[in-house]
Write a protein that binds this ligand. Structure first.
Ligand SMILES: NC(=O)c1ccc[n+]([C@@H]2O[C@H](COP(=O)([O-])OP(=O)(O)OC[C@H]3O[C@@H](n4cnc5c(N)ncnc54)[C@H](O)[C@@H]3O)[C@@H](O)[C@H]2O)c1
Length: 337
């Protein structure tokens, strides 16, 4: 069991996905900080944490001296909360998206550098059995070099709350998952994007709740994302439905089913003979937030760098802001982290 102690900042809805793995790992919650003290108190009661609720991060850190800080606040607060914790000398694991602007994200990376403390972003969908299997199959060379990837994401999501008022709810708060997955699955990094962002007729969002984006990636990979958060009926999975096309074959991930694929198995015929791609049994042990928490604990114990450490994760965020910029300018833009 863990000896580590954590201060959790932000006790909103996503904290319900974090307290169970923290408790399962034996991490001691030393304090819960929320500007809305009632939220902090009710989560402390719900999970029988037996710690103090506070609205003041600095004083809580001084009092509790945790091993790390977990930032579960809204995107607009991530930079302030995370930088405060880093400057006070604490490593941070924070919810996606890293920040709600690239300048804030760069400030967070610079603060991690200056303080010498680790900052990792939890991109929970990297720790998903089907995604891990698909990456393993692709990295093993089964379909050859990846040439193109498509992801479709269509959900009618009535949240209420901060997302309804955001300028770019789909791209910033949701598509960050799929953009990061495109990097994770293909092992390629973004170079440029052309995007159209829009708010469809009938939308209940103030900002653009739909988008189509074409990314150019390293290795010649073209990644196309089409999505909407106000598409009623015939929903895709929350991970999106994926088609990944390589030199010799194709992998599909749809409706949260295990990946399946076909590769060329002969050299004659209009359609070449095809064989199913062998899919090994899933090996991922800890899913979602639990998986990213395990990487943070591993870092604290061994120094092993988490895969979504901020210097890497800012490349996924750069895809988000370049797509928004491209949509505003109506042209292709280059992507710089
Ligand atoms: N990984 C996922 O699949 C996933 C799913 C949902 C949400 N999220 C992310 O989790 C984060 C939180 O989302 P949520 O749905 O829990 O939001 P929420 O609005 O339910 O909760 C946010 C909480 O943070 C508090 N807060 C805001 N600013 C603060 C500050 N400066 N200091 C202390 N507390 C502050 C609010 O009072 C609120 O209690 C967002 O970044 C969101 O994108 C991730």
């Amino acid at each position: 069991m863990a000896n580590e102690r954590v201060v959790v900042v932000g006790a909103g809805s996503i904290s319900n996905a974090w307290f169970p793995p923290l408790l399962a790992e034996g991490v001691t919650v030393a304090g819960v900080v929320d500007l809305n003290l009632d939220n902090a108190r009710s989560q402390i009661d719900k999970y029988a944490l037996g710690c103090h609720a506070s609205a003041n991060l600095s004083s809580t850190l001084r009092r509790t001296k945790p091993d790390f800080v977990l930032d579960l606040t809204i995107p607009a607060a991530h930079c302030n909360v995370t930088c405060k914790a880093l400057r006070a000398g604490y490593p941070v694991i924070g919810e996606k998206p890293m920040a709600d602007s690239m300048s804030q994200a760069r400030r967070m990376v610079a603060t991690a550098d200056k303080s010498g403390k680790l900052y990792m972003v939890s991109q929970s969908r990297r720790w998903d059995a089907n995604h891990a299997l698909t990456r393993q199959i692709i990295a093993g060379g089964a379909i050859g070099q990846v040439a193109a990837m498509n992801c479709d994401f269509y959900i009618g999501a009535h949240f209420g709350g901060f997302r309804d008022a955001m300028p770019s709810p789909l791209i910033l708060d949701m598509a960050i998952h799929q953009f990061d997955l495109a990097r994770y699955l293909s092992g390629s990094d973004p170079l440029a994007v052309y995007a159209k962002e829009f708010n469809p007729a009938g939308s209940w969002y103030a900002g653009a709740a739909a988008a189509s984006c074409i990314f150019e990636m390293t290795g010649g990979v073209v990644f196309t994302f089409r999505g909407s958060w106000c598409a009623e009926g015939c929903h895709t999975s929350w991970n999106g439905d994926w088609r990944i096309i390589g030199e010799r074959g194709t992998m599909l991930m749809e409706k949260d089913q295990p990946p399946r694929g076909q590769v060329v198995a002969g050299s004659e015929g209009f359609h070449r003979p095809l064989a199913d791609v062998p899919v090994p049994p899933p090996s991922l042990q800890f899913a979602g937030m639990h998986g990213s928490l395990r990487e943070m604990l591993e870092y604290l114990r061994t120094g092993a760098k988490p895969q979504t450490e901020c210097h890497d994760n800012i490349k996924s965020l750069a895809m988000v802001f370049a797509a928004i910029d491209s949509a505003k300018k109506g042209r292709r833009v280059e992507i710089r982290a």
